[in-house]
Design a protein around this ligand. Sequence first.
Ligand code: ZN
Length: 376
Amino acid sequence: MKAQIKLGRIFGVEIGLHYSWLLIALLITFSLAGTFHKNNPGWSDELRWGLAIVTAILFFASIVVHELSHALVAKLRGLPVRSITLFALGGIAQIEKEAADAKTEFWMGIIGPITSFVIGAICLAITIALGWTPPEFPQRPLPAMLMWLGLINIGLAAFNMIPGFPLDGGRVLRGIIWWITGNAKRATTIAARVGQVIAFAMIVYGVFQFFRGAGINGLWMAFIGWFLLSASRESYAQMVISEGLRGLLVGDVMSRDFPVVDSYTNLQTFVEENLTRTGQRFWVVTLNGQPEGIITPNEIGAVPRNRWPYTTVADVMRPLDATRTVNPNTPVTEALEVMAQQDLNQLPVVSEGGLAGLISRSHILQLIQTRAQLHL
Ligand SMILES: [Zn+2]
């Protein structure tokens, strides 16, 4: 989920919107304007629409605060947080690493619902202080807005505590099982299963309600269930990968034989004799046998074709000292993060100033498959 509209940074965390958010923002504003009209028909159109827009904005601000609370706990526990993105079904804090221990997982999960609950409770307390007597709908704009914000935030806290991945409750459940059993793998499996059962039950119940005449509410529930089901599968797969790679170092899995090309070779020859014949995309450029840089089809694509015979690979290569590298003692998970951040498929492995090998995404993927097949 990548943000398409960037809003700015808070505590060094980038806040952004996904396009799907616009749809839900419109829906919420319209439904709020309708609710205000139904309960206070005396309000002017300007008042109810203005209030609906302000309320919707504050609602999304409270989702950002919820996500920021996850981000802050992650940061305090040493996990880097890249961004927070709002989309149709809420917010996501993109945390670049998985929790390394059960307590971190537990606190990172539970802080979100706690934050939403506190925001909700404060809103409701102010509404009551302003003279609201539940359950009637407040007649004045400010209490009407605060009451809605209070109820929706408490609802949000409750929904997020559903113990299924990738909801906060799923993390909390995983943290607790991990804490008790000391087994992260087992905790992941159990939390993912529970999440899938709940998501499946939501789909069945939603469809059932729809056919009993609940209309759009039934379908909405089934849709959220379906979303949870696919999201839980995805986050489960991701976690299995990072657990499968735990403890592995780059030096254990790098390939030591990599294709080399002499730095004086011109691009025409290189493309015809090497690149298109071997299928290798990542070449090490050497001068007198010493690695100087790397070259991939990306660098060649930037040179016009008629210049290929007059350009050497050394002219366009990425020099080794200007390239992001890892060393044999780097954890494989970290190398994968670097590749993801820089949008690369391979990284040179450098040891004691020299090139020791290469590590590639496809190679790591094969490794995971092999290990999974043998239940390692
Ligand atoms: Zn959350």
